[in-house]
Design a protein around this ligand. Sequence first.
Ligand code: HEC
Length: 140
Amino acid sequence: MATGYRSIACVCVAVMAMFAATTVFGHGDVQPQAVDTTGLEPLGDEWLLENPYSGNERAIEIGGVGYSQNCARCHGIDAQSGGLAPDLRDIEPGAEGDEWYIDLTKNGYMQNGVEKMPAFDGILSQEAMWAIRAWLETKQ
Ligand code: HEC
């Protein structure tokens, strides 16, 4: 008898843990959110054309959070597209793709008057955008 009770309790805890995990994922990636970039070297007001944080561990950590809060709802969890928007594991890595990436993220993308991707200028800091780029590069 005692054993039976204990295994029921175990199942309950597991189910509760699953709910908790789903709730955390369910939130957070809906509204665009400012990203806390504490610990990164500030970049000033000039837009850079190359990622100053490429390979920077702190930036990669921050970028992963920034991505899941701001980009995952369209580009997919962990940069794996579910078909809604392009798979960002395929974009040009390194300095060659940096300028194109920052331009697109800053300005978003309009097609025939329809906003396909929102502009992140004014929502995310330059630091956050480059941190996301640094994280994306680890997924390629
Ligand atoms: C509302 C949905 C949406 C959100 C949110 C979004 N994107 Fe996009 N993104 C798109 C769509 C749709 C396209 C494809 C536009 C097109 O038709 O060329 C795109 C294209 C891109 C591309 C070009 C990919 C390619 O292969 O051409 C990059 C880079 C990109 N997004 C980065 C980001 C980043 C970084 C974020 C988060 C800061 C983000 N996007 C958030 C919808 C979104």
